[in-house]
Design a protein around this ligand. Structure first.
Ligand code: M6R
Length: 605
């Protein structure tokens, strides 16, 4: 949700470094972008509606040689995406970029209006900028840290700010609350950035700025201050993701690259697990109930977790949407374990849910991809998915690595409860030995995915149908398709369709039906036949090769996938759904990696 980067440079043109950084942050928002440069003793602002490339084109017509610059790529919250609302904002002596939402901006705006301040944009950010300027004008000693801290005492909401003051043009001040910000360190200059991807081309050395801490950044020094404005020493961290992991490396889209990375990611995760089965210090079997809390695809991964925990380890699980969980009555007891799942580790609702669970005394485990992210730091225990950076807005390897971790936790819980028999363990271990090849083979079937995409690409809407664990995969498949191809689809538990929704099935309506659970196979097929009888065009995905002779009775296209143990089957079954979404979006000419209206990391409520 918005990306920010600031750079104070010893020799390079700060404009170039900031634009390059913004390109790497573009997945956080891409409806408009802007940069403020400090050049020849003054600030210049450049803004453009649309992606960074539009801003870059605009800058190509300018001669800019900046010693310091701050930049922003926006995902609009307050005010439509246009140049006026694009950041940086500038009021009086203050120029600022912001990621987050100022909740009391109307109150602050009314106060400032009464004090003669006028506004150009509809944003909450301009209000924050004006308020900091107001405090600055009132301040006698013009101590910038004091000014920002005083302003932040009155600003409610979430924010990461990078700020330049007119009388200190080569210094960037930064602070944050509930929105991420790191301070990057290099021999050539220093950074403030929303995340490490923005600066990895220059350095992997950084400091994590905590809530209510302040940074003063110049080209040759970085000072960090705590809430009381006392200078503090901070640990210097080293990112272990490399700049090349942020590149497409020959793939047409990041999404395709990330889909193709899944066999490696999944097999590595399981192999590490089997090398050290006791890596988790929390004894899951000690808990009577588990709450799995997450958003979007991470929540869908949680639904797989529920199914597996309940079926294999007999532990009841409720899966909760984080934005709902945070505001509902909490029924947490000392024997409730709360698992928060988040690829980015920065999702605002998931972070708030984690804090609430902790306030109510729950033990918390986070399943997170981004090392050092807020959720990973605040949970009692964090299990990293080690999937590497995920850039495409639509998650693929992020989701499957979460599902893989959940399967391992289920195995763990079974072991702790003494109900893991050797035959299941050996079967899983044996299949893990081959999982890389199995998953690669499923991915490597693009002709079939293209065929399915051609069949559905011009339809108004379609349905995904499945029972049990297949239903949860349908939810994820449907989300993926909607997200990147802009086609309307709905996922239904196959037995539920005839309770109303079947009225929408007409001649040619595509139904993507999944049947991988042998115990539910016949029931699912009956439901598929009900749609077929009403004209549905059925795309049937199954691992059951014992029914081949009957497929023609109800399916127009059949995709058979490998059969593996139930604990691993979701990892296989989801791949065709990701690829169908991908090929369909491609045929429809959509911007696959940056779908409209979305952003990768949802750091606002
Ligand atoms: O970073 P998180 O895992 O917390 O993100 C949660 C959702 O925003 C995310 O999974 C979203 O639904 C994806 N764009 C779906 O592909």
């Amino acid at each position: 949700m918005c990306g920010i980067i600031g750079y104070s440079s010893k020799k390079k043109n700060a404009k170039d470094v900031v634009i390059a950084g913004l390109k790497n942050l573009e997945y956080r928002g891409y409806d408009s972008a802007g940069i403020a440069t400090s050049e020849n003793g003054k600030i210049n602002l450049y803004k453009a509606k649309g992606k960074i490339a539009v801003l870059e084109d605009k800058l190509n017509n300018e001669v800019i040689n900046a010693s310091t610059a701050i930049g922003h790529t926006r995902w609009a919250t307050h005010g439509e995406p246009n140049e006026t609302n694009a950041h940086p904002h500038r009021v009086g002596n203050v120029t600022l970029v912001h990621n987050g939402i100022i909740e009391n901006y109307i109150e602050l705006k009314n106060f400032l209006l009464k004090n003669g301040v006028t506004f150009n944009s509809s944003t909450d950010t301009e209000v924050a900028c004006a308020y900091i300027n107001y405090i600055y004008q009132k301040s006698e000693n013009k101590n910038k840290l004091q000014v920002i801290s005083t302003a932040c005492d009155e600003i409610r909401g979430s924010y990461a700010f990078s700020i330049i003051f007119d009388d200190e043009l080569d210094t960037i001040y930064a602070t944050r609350k509930d929105s991420p910000l790191i301070i990057g360190l290099s021999d050539d200059g220093n950074f403030a950035a929303s995340d490490i991807s923005a600066i990895l081309d220059y350095t992997n050395k950084y400091i994590l700025l905590e809530h209510d801490e302040f940074a003063k950044i110049t080209c040759d020094d970085v000072e960090i201050y705590n809430k009381n404005l006392e200078k503090i020493d901070k640990e210097i961290m080293f990112a272990n993701w490399s700049a090349t992991e942020y590149k497409k490396n020959g793939y047409e889209h990041f999404m395709l690259k990330e889909i193709n990375e899944q066999p490696e990611v999944i097999s590595k995760l399981f192999n590490n697990y089997f090398e050290n089965e006791d890596y988790l210090s929390i004894n899951i079997a000690d808990y009577d109930t588990i709450h799995i809390v997450a958003c979007g695809s991470a929540m869908h991964a949680g639904m797989i977790g529920k199914y597996l925990f309940e079926n294999f380890a007999s532990i009841p699980v409720s899966v909760e949407i984080a934005s709902e969980y945070r505001y509902k009555k909490q029924l947490i007891t000392p024997s409730t374990l709360v698992i928060i799942i988040s690829q980015s580790g920065e999702t605002a609702d998931s972070l708030a849910a984690l804090r609430i669970a902790k306030e109510h005394g729950a033990k918390t485990i986070a399943i997170v991809n981004v090392v050092g992210s807020s959720i990973s730091r605040e949970a009692d225990e964090t299990i990293y998915t080690y999937a590497g950076p995920e850039i495409a807005v639509a998650t693929t390897k992020g989701y499957t690595s979460q599902v893989a971790i959940l399967s391992m936790l289920v195995l763990n819980a079974m072991k702790q409860k003494n109900i893991l028999d050797d035959s299941l363990k050996n079967k899983v271990q044996e299949e893990i030995g081959k999982i890389k090849e199995v998953l690669s083979k499923v991915i490597d079937n693009s002709e079939k995915y293209i065929k399915i995409a051609s069949a559905i690409k011009d339809k108004e809407h379609l349905f995904f149908l499945g029972r049990g664990i297949d239903y949860t995969l349908c939810l994820e498949g449907s989300l993926k398709l909607k997200e990147i191809s802009y086609m309307h689809s709905e996922a239904y538990a196959a037995g539920e369709l005839k309770h109303g929704t079947i009225s929408l099935i007409e001649e040619g309506t595509p139904v993507i039906a999944i049947a991988t659970d042998k115990t539910l196979y016949e029931k699912t097929v009956s439901n598929i036949k009900e749609t077929k009888a009403r004209g549905a065009y059925v795309i049937f995905i199954t691992n059951n090769d014992e029914d081949v002779e009957n497929y023609n009775d109800f399916a127009d296209i059949v995709l058979t996938i490998p059969k593996v143990t139930e604990l691993l089957q979701p990892l296989v079954t989801i791949l065709p759904l990701q690829l169908i979404a991908y090929e369909t979006a491609k045929m429809r000419g959509c911007d696959i990696d940056k779908p409209k209206n979305l952003a990768k990391s949802v750091t606002v409520e």
